[in-house]
Design a binder for this molecule. Structure first.
Ligand code: TTP
Ligand code: MG
Length: 360
């Protein structure tokens, strides 16, 4: 099934390899070759919180992003455990993005370490595209001493799946005519927005691979999954018309409050947090945008400040996503003996809602 109405494009998706730990290793050459984990303090296996990321040496022990840090400790107690230095990662991210922006006609940052580049007018064919992709990889390595993986394809969906195909330090080029063959054997989970629940529902009707999905009756998919069913069917055929979107000026929406009196009362803090979620949500609706990342800021008395964020696997504009995520992020900071002075919420990774609808 070819999508004849789709204008021919060449899109790159770039994803930095084990980003946080790669930055840490760059700063500390003595870490080279050792398992490194960035996340919560493991406290000899008793720590709470999760692994943000780990390098490929640590992945050999089974450690993964999002895993409880206590489990990581069980799997790999000899790893180097580091607490995140977000300011550094954001700074390096913006340097990488500046390099990338210069290569592309249109550029869209996606999360801290990913970007889409529309290269249609820069590369006349896939051969030229491959040369440019190598040049980008070389430039990032020379200027930032970091490796990345790039996927090249006729649209964002294929490019994103391709960048994940050979990691780390990968380059995967999927020409238009090879798209369906490339996608066929992969798990449906590789498709954007197919989460664990949808994967399970699809498995119940015998769909495991993208090929299974591509050959399923699209009307039954739509009956079972609504609009999402139609979208999944098109994605399984490698069709995605969404544009690489230059971001507008608004980068985030945030609200914060300083308590009149510092408080360690969890109920008070969570009530205020809910109120801030509602204010941020009102602004989200009035700006007609969706977001992917929710970040909370907690300042204890004496000004010790923490920020912690979570990027959701989907874009959303729902209040409950802000509320739930903000509450979960704040929970570890609520301690009976630590008084909080200020609390704040930010949503970022914004997408214009109107454009989002034209995903397929
Ligand atoms: P990813 O690109 O998903 O992961 P990665 O760059 O660490 O590893 P890979 O080589 O597989 O691309 O995420 C980018 C950064 O975002 C990652 O370095 C840390 C952060 N992150 C979290 O904080 N929590 C998470 O659950 C994930 C997945 C990432
Ligand atoms: Mg990455």
């Amino acid at each position: 099934m070819r999508d004849m109405s789709e204008k021919r494009r060449i899109i790159f998706h770039l994803d930095m390899d084990h980003f946080y730990t790669a930055v840490e290793e760059r700063e500390r050459p003595e870490y080279a070759g050792k398992p490194v984990i960035v996340g919560a303090d493991p406290k000899e296996g008793k720590g709470r919180g999760v692994v943000h990321t780990c390098n490929y040496e640590a992945r050999k022990f089974g450690v993964r992003s999002g895993m409880p840090i206590s489990k990581a400790w069980k799997l790999c107690p000899t790893a180097i455990y580091l607490q995140p230095n977000f300011e550094l990662y954001i700074q390096v991210s913006s340097e990488v993005m500046t390099i990338l922006r210069n290569f592309a006609d249109k550029f869209e940052q996606w999360g801290i370490d990913e970007a889409f580049l529309d290269m249609t007018s820069r590369a006349k064919d896939y051969g030229e595209a491959e040369v440019l992709a190598r040049q980008i990889k070389r430039e990032i390595l020379e200027r930032e001493r970091l490796t990345c993986s790039i996927g090249v394809g006729p649209n964002k969906l294929v490019a994103k799946i391709a960048s994940d195909f050979q990691k780390p330090n990968g380059l995967t080029v999927v020409r238009e005519e090879d798209v369906e063959k490339f996608l066929a054997p992969l798990s449906v989970r590789k498709l954007l927005w197919v989460g664990r629940k949808t994967e399970q529902k699809l498995a119940e009707i015998g769909i495991k691979t993208i090929d299974d999905l591509a050959h399923y009756d699209p009307t039954v998919l739509t009956e079972n999954f609504g609009m999402m069913g139609t979208q999944m069917y098109l994605m399984a055929h490698g069709i995605d018309r969404s544009e690489v979107q230059e971001r507008g000026e608004i980068k985030s929406i945030s609200r914060e409050t300083t308590f009149e009196e510092d408080t360690a009362d969890a109920t008070i803090v969570l009530n205020v947090l809910d109120k801030l979620s509602e204010e941020v949500h009102e602004e989200v609706l009035s700006q007609n945008i969706h977001f992917r990342t929710v970040t909370v800021k907690i300042r204890y008395e004496h000004f010790e400040t923490h920020t912690r964020g979570k990027t959701l696997p989907f874009v959303t504009d729902r209040l409950q996503d802000i509320k739930r995520t903000a509450r979960a992020l704040t929970q570890p900071y609520l301690k009976p003996d630590r008084k909080i002075r200020l609390i704040g919420i930010r949503v970022s990774n914004l997408v214009s809602a109107k454009k989002q609808k034209t995903l397929v």
